[in-house]
Design a protein around this ligand. Structure first.
Ligand code: ADP
Ligand code: MG
Length: 502
């Protein structure tokens, strides 16, 4: 009997030892995988680093490229497109105006009733719909007919408080957030698509004529008075409320910037200067490139797998369409090479764009000590259950790294524009020009879902701009101009109509 007990005890002890050995080896494996993921993270963080010295090189590169793009067509990756807007709204516009805004994700139709200097915007309404994905890669006719259809039904619901001017067709400002070579305020040919769009037969077409035709077919008496890039619209929208607005930046699905330039500085336009002596330039800064940008192998694979490889390099590092996917690619590498989420790679993680920028902002907003929200996002998006705190911390840090890099690069871009127009504090006080006198505040109007809804991104951007500007930051205000891009187009249509009547 004693022998049996001893035997059982030996077997149990051996089993316990084996189990302990398995547990230890499992723990060691997990620890070594975690270690692997951590070192991958460190490497990625180093490659993404944006110390102030590097940002200053980007500031300088932005100013130099802006200059080159103004001197000759094709002189820079920055297209620096003249917008033909030489007068921004002043606040005294009156009447009913419409805008349609085709963004990268959403389409908006809106109307404003303007009451002049005192009452300003008396009433405003808008409707927003997500652009059906099949239209982003369909035909020009389908896309513009969709816009015309949405617009007609919106116009049909025009209610109390909106008064069209007697005997006049309604004026529309058309916000179109893709590169267009304008030939006049109300015409322009599409140069190329960006973001998720590829409506091939529209390239080279006059987008105003295409939309106007579809509106006519649908019936409402309307006239497209202004073709406005979203950044130009945001500039007009910002200026309507604040005359110190000189620059507008969009950080939404994509990114872009526009600013007020001295007409004489736009050498590629010859000597035909607008009366006002200034012109709004649509920079198309999403395509900015500089060897100083901290590009990693992850960015390279992302770029190769987009619809426009080699294009929009800056946009792919800073805008809402891409930030989530940069994070996904880093997490995928960690899942494949360091088994970060266990032995199996979550299948959905292999899918491009399966992690959105709103997801990473949710993760990044998690201030709890156990990072519960990080776990929830991983569970909801990828079905990953029961992550450890250590894993959640790694995921949080990846989001932090990608967002911080994007925000700091965007700040460097803005300071680059300020430098180009002599408002970054590095110019002596007497070097002013008639258009950009060295006095007062300079306001940068910001618009777009990324800037509006991602608070940590916004904070990183503001901090980097302050760091770069030093003392001059007291004269620069970077502020949200919500929905400025759409309203701005209606305001521009109003300002054009006002000048027509003069
Ligand atoms: P569009 O680019 O179509 O003009 P928006 O300016 O509204 O539209 O921007 C939409 C983009 O903003 C989304 O594609 C997404 O990348 C980003 N975004 C929206 N909500 C959030 C959020 N909560 N956090 C971070 N980014 C967001
Ligand atoms: Mg937009």
């Amino acid at each position: 009997m004693g022998k049996v007990v001893a035997g059982v005890a030996i077997v149990c002890a051996a089993a316990a030892c084996a189990a302990a050995a398995v547990t230890v080896s499992y723990r060691m494996r997990v620890r070594s995988q975690r270690h692997h993921a951590r070192s991958f993270l460190l490497e990625f963080q180093e490659a993404c680093a944006t110390p102030v010295a590097r940002l200053r090189q980007i500031v300088d590169a932005m100013a130099v490229e802006m200059h080159a793009g103004l001197v000759s067509e094709g002189g820079s990756r920055l297209k620096m497109l003249p917008s033909y807007v030489d007068q921004l709204p002043e606040g005294d516009e009156k009447g009913l105006y419409y805008a349609v805004d085709l963004g990268g994700t959403n389409f908006r139709a809106l109307r404003v009733q303007l009451g002049g200097k005192e009452s300003r915007v008396i009433k405003q309404e808008y409707e927003e719909v997500a652009i059906p994905p099949e239209l982003m890669i369909g035909t020009s006719e389908e896309l513009f007919d969709f816009i015309a259809k949405e617009l007609s039904s919106f116009v049909a619901r025009e209610g109390d408080g909106f008064q069209p001017s007697a005997g006049q067709s309604r004026d529309i400002g058309f916000t179109f957030s893709f590169p267009v070579q304008q030939t006049a305020l109300n015409s322009g040919t599409l140069l190329n698509w960006t973001k998720g769009f590829k409506v091939v037969d529209a390239i080279g077409q006059d987008v105003v004529a295409a939309l106007q035709r579809c509106i006519q077919k649908r019936g409402p008496e309307m006239r497209i008075t202004a073709l406005v890039n979203d950044a130009v619209g945001a500039l007009a929208g910002g200026r309507y409320w604040n005359e110190d607005v000189m620059i507008a930046v969009i950080l939404g699905t994509g990114t872009n910037a526009a600013y007020v330039e001295r007409a004489q500085a736009i050498s590629k336009c010859g000597s035909t200067f607008p009366k006002s002596g200034e012109m709004v330039i649509n920079m198309e800064w999403g395509n900015f490139w500089s060897s100083h940008l901290p590009r990693t192998p992850v960015d390279e694979t992302l770029d190769n797998e987009t619809m426009n490889p080699g294009e929009q390099g800056f946009e792919k590092m800073i805008s809402g369409m891409y930030l989530g996917d940069v994070v996904r690619r880093v997490l995928l590498k960690m899942a494949q090479e360091a088994a970060l989420f266990g032995p199996n790679v979550p299948r959905k993680m292999l899918e491009a764009f399966s992690l959105g920028t709103p997801d990473i902002s949710k993760i990044h907003d998690d201030e709890s000590s156990d990072l519960k929200m990080v776990g929830n996002v991983l569970r909801d998006v990828y079905g990953i259950q029961n992550t450890s705190l250590a894993v959640r911390k790694i995921v949080y840090e990846v989001c932090d790294t990608v967002a911080e890099r994007g925000a700091r690069l965007a700040a460097a871009g803005i300071v680059g524009i300020l430098k180009k127009i002599g408002r970054d504090g590095t110019h002596s006080k007497d070097v002013g020009s008639p258009v950009h006198p060295e006095c007062g505040k300079t306001v940068v109007a910001m618009d777009g879902g990324l800037y509006e809804r991602y608070s940590k991104f916004r904070a990183y951007m503001q901090a980097a701009a302050a760091e770069l500007l030093g003392d001059a930051s007291k004269d620069v205000v970077i502020e949200l101009s919500k929905d400025g891009s759409g309203v701005g187009a209606a305001l521009l249509a109003a300002s054009i109509a006002k000048n027509r009547r003069k």
